[in-house]
Design a protein around this ligand. Structure first.
Ligand code: ZN
Length: 424
């Protein structure tokens, strides 16, 4: 079979399969646990292991022989190339199995709105989806929406991604379409920030991968923040407050003064787009010793370096102002903007642009104001841009997905496999 004949009908062919697959996944509870993950427990919840085993079985059922679940519950599946495609580069597709802790992901009862007419959607517990305040919802008129019942999140983040990938691969195999080696990786604990901690890097043979973990149709992501955090400790001099003059040096006062010096117009709540920020994350302390952590975010190396320097200068200023005090700063790198690495291998982004245009969608490249599993993987040497899934309002009771947008995301996976199959 060749791609040209059957791709026109791709979305109508797979629509029901994709919907049923997705509905099955979102009803499976896989909320991750930040505290456990921070303490090195991977996966952070047992439910993720159970879901991983289910997915592995499903992958075997659609005809994939090489499927494993690692001891940290990563699902790894490898599909050998079709005959004659031995020189085609291997491509990987990734999505994550867990859902965010912000809202319950247990007993998800998805609600389906066929042929949405642009009305307000009222769910349980006063949760409302309003096209007046949700421009993407307003644009989704005529589409099939999948929402929550108002009591939980939906989990389109990222079960839409998993469903789209598996449905695409099933289609390729069923129709015996020519393809290079395809690798699938479904990971635990993305929402805890630990999704790539135990990634079986040696297992991945692909030199390029794609995550399906984005949002609105057409939105693609090839750049993200570079992220550092600064831990600042203030040491004062403690003495009974009744006889303190002039010896007491108050670390709490120093810390609060330091935080007040941070630029207010460079905070998460006052920036967007390509602007970076300083985000005070936590404060603790007493008269003798106080500490705070500030997150530094910027899209450029120069921007990050300037922010680190600003922290150093402000810390020094406080130390000079309070005689006898000591202020120390420790900067730690968290993750890096993937753009620089992706720019070195333009074919990865070019294929993505071509795949998106091939299905009649204009790609919109957006900067991610955060990091992804893909940015971590890019840092580890495997360029991995991020693709939309058709899900919206992640981590909330207002989460919804458009089935038509999900079909489009799934088709992009098939198109990418096709484009790479021509790249030998
Ligand atoms: Zn996600």
């Amino acid at each position: 079979m060749s791609y040209s004949k059957i791709m026109n009908t791709y979305q109508s062919t797979i629509k029901d399969t994709l919907k049923n697959r997705f509905l099955g996944y979102v009803k499976t509870w896989t909320t991750s646990d930040l505290e456990k993950a921070d303490n090195g427990i991977m996966p952070s919840t047992q439910t993720q292991t159970e879901f991983a085993k289910k997915l592995a079985q499903e992958l075997q059922d659609i005809g994939i022989k090489d499927v494993t679940v690692t001891k940290y519950s990563y699902v790894c599946a490898r599909i050998p190339c079709s005959i004659g495609a031995e020189t085609v580069p291997s491509v990987g597709f990734l999505a994550h199995m867990d859902t965010a802790m912000d809202v319950s992901g247990k007993n998800v009862k998805p609600n389906i709105v066929e042929k949405y007419q642009g009305q307000k959607i009222t769910l349980k517990e006063g949760v409302v989806l309003d096209p007046k305040t949700d421009k993407y919802l307003a644009e989704a008129t005529g589409e099939t929406l999948i929402t929550t019942d108002g009591t939980t999140l939906l989990g389109a983040d990222d079960k839409a991604g998993i469903a789209e990938i598996i449905t695409a691969v099933e289609f390729i195999l069923k129709n015996k379409l020519p393809h290079g080696q395809i690798e699938l990786l479904f990971s635990p604990d993305e929402e805890t920030g630990h999704g790539m901690d135990k990634v079986p890097l040696d297992w991945i043979e692909s030199k390029q991968c794609y995550t399906l973990d984005g949002g609105h149709i057409g939105e693609l992501e090839v750049e993200c923040f570079s992220a550092w955090k600064s831990d600042i400790s203030f040491t004062g001099i403690s003495i009974h407050t009744g006889s303190a003059r002039p010896k007491l040096v108050n670390a709490v006062t120093m810390c609060s003064e330091f935080l007040n010096l941070l630029p207010k117009n460079e905070a998460p709540e006052t920036t967007d787009g390509y602007q970076g920020f300083y985000a005070p994350l936590n404060v603790s302390g007493h008269i003798e010793e106080a500490t705070c952590t500030v997150l530094l975010r910027d899209f450029t190396n120069t921007g990050i370096e300037e922010k680190k320097q600003t922290i150093d200068i402000l810390a020094r200023a406080i130390e000079c102002k309070y005689k006898g005090s000591k202020v120390t700063v420790k900067h730690t790198q968290q993750y890096l903007n993937m753009k620089e690495e992706l720019d070195k291998v333009p074919a990865v982004q070019e294929a993505l642009t071509a795949a998106t245009k091939a299905i009649g969608i204009q790609p919109t490249y957006l900067p991610i104001r955060g990091g992804t599993d893909g940015s971590r993987l890019t840092e580890m040497g495997i360029p991995t841009p991020n693709i939309f899934t058709g899900g919206h309002n992640y981590h909330s009771r207002q989460e919804w997905a458009s089935l038509e947008q999900m079909c489009a995301a799934s088709q992009i996976v098939v198109e990418l496999v096709k484009i790479w199959s021509l790249a030998n």
